[in-house]
Design a protein around this ligand. Structure first.
Ligand SMILES: [Fe+2]
Length: 365
């Protein structure tokens, strides 16, 4: 039985607070399938499931809603050797977000650099699309063509520590991602593992007084590389991008440092990594201290991380609201895949939400 989220929260003064959104409760429909937790804190693998079987089941809505809940609770879920095609992948990504209760206006995210002449066609990935088309909702992850598309990032890629690339997908949008779905269609001989880290657990490793302070803060997320790439390449940024609120080419927005996941009702630290420009309203030194402290918690605690070694057609689906991830730039051979990303809700902090550990320990009582 997967632990469900608690339905309410009582604070120290005894007052019961109402959630902004009631957490979802897992019905148990996926308990009949083989699964194991990859680490104690984060990650689960279903070795025997074909996602297409869940989608065509009579109980599809129930199964997929439960799957969304498990992804939100465990942070990332893995499936091996999937037969799912791109059309079904797009459908499933959107459906997970919908079944988990995202706003009606939220659709699949649109790749901002879709108009780039350097956008990688799907046919470069082998058998997925014989027409060589591109798809605005699909991010082609390609070790071969990434350098062309993100010209201005090339220098950084060669001089920064690998740990500098932890991020949550499209956190620079006003309405960022809930679920991302990545399938690798070509895997390198060696290397190219992806790592995820639990934002719930980062929050749980912070002292209660510091947590309270962090809960009062927001951070600015930004990604200037898109505008630079569009200017350099002479093409326009795509807009809107999966939500009427995701428009323009500024890619700069404030989000809460502590974010509540509406599916679990658990708090996590959201202000992390690549897209997090600065903590708002603090001195430059405090900004550096806070960001380094959060990065320290991620990089010095490998027991809140999970590392996945890919085989061809393996799939990972994760909840960007509460986990971060990073690729490993140590490839021998080529690595290609396709990512679809569901746009969720505007990030918020719910004072009635609890930490993951608090919620799970309440259930054991
Ligand atoms: Fe990513």
């Amino acid at each position: 039985m997967v632990p469900g989220a608690t339905n309410g929260s009582t604070h120290k003064n005894g007052d019961s607070l109402r959630h902004v959104r009631e957490p979802l409760v897992y019905s148990g429909s996926l308990d009949t399938f083989n699964s194991f937790d990859v680490t104690t804190v984060i990650g689960r693998e279903f070795p025997d499931i074909q996602l297409t079987d869940l989608m065509s089941s009579q109980d599809a809505d129930k199964l997929l809603r439960d799957l969304a809940i498990i992804i939100s609770q465990r942070g990332v879920v893995f499936f091996r050797n999937q037969n799912i095609d791109l059309k079904a992948q797009k459908e499933l990504t959107q459906r997970l977000g919908e079944l988990a209760g995202k706003p009606e206006t939220s659709k699949l995210h649109v790749q901002p650099l879709y108009n780039s002449p350097d956008n990688t066609p799907l046919s470069d990935q082998g058998d997925t699309d014989p027409n060589g088309d591109t798809d605005p909702n699909v991010y082609v992850i390609s070790s071969k063509s990434q350098g062309k598309l993100y010209k201005s990032m090339q220098h950084r890629m060669t001089v920064s520590a690998a740990s500098a690339y932890w991020h949550s997908d499209v956190a620079f949008e006003n309405v960022p991602a809930d679920y991302s779905f990545l399938r690798l269609t070509r895997t390198p001989t060696t290397g190219g593992d992806t790592l995820w880290a639990s934002g719930y657990e980062v929050y749980d490793r912070i002292s209660s007084s510091m947590r309270e302070y962090f809960s009062t803060l927001t951070a600015t997320f930004a990604q200037p590389v898109f505008k630079r790439s569009a200017n350099d390449g002479g093409f326009s940024i795509v807009s809107p991008r999966g939500s009427p609120e995701n428009v323009g080419d500024a890619f700069e927005v404030s989000h809460p440092v502590v974010r509540t996941n509406p599916v679990t009702g658990w708090r996590s630290i959201f202000a992390v990594g690549l897209h997090c420009k600065e903590i708002d309203g603090v001195t430059p030194y405090e900004n550096r201290m806070i960001k380094e402290y959060i990065e320290y918690l991620i990089t010095h605690n490998h027991d809140l991380q999970v590392r996945f070694r890919w085989n061809t057609n393996d799939v990972a689906i994760w909840d960007n609201r509460s986990v971060y991830h990073t690729a490993t730039p140590d490839l021998i051979g080529e690595r290609e895949g396709q990512r679809t990303t569901s746009v969720g809700e505007r990030p918020y902090f719910d004072p009635a939400s609890t930490s993951r550990r608090e919620a799970l320990s309440e259930e054991l009582v």
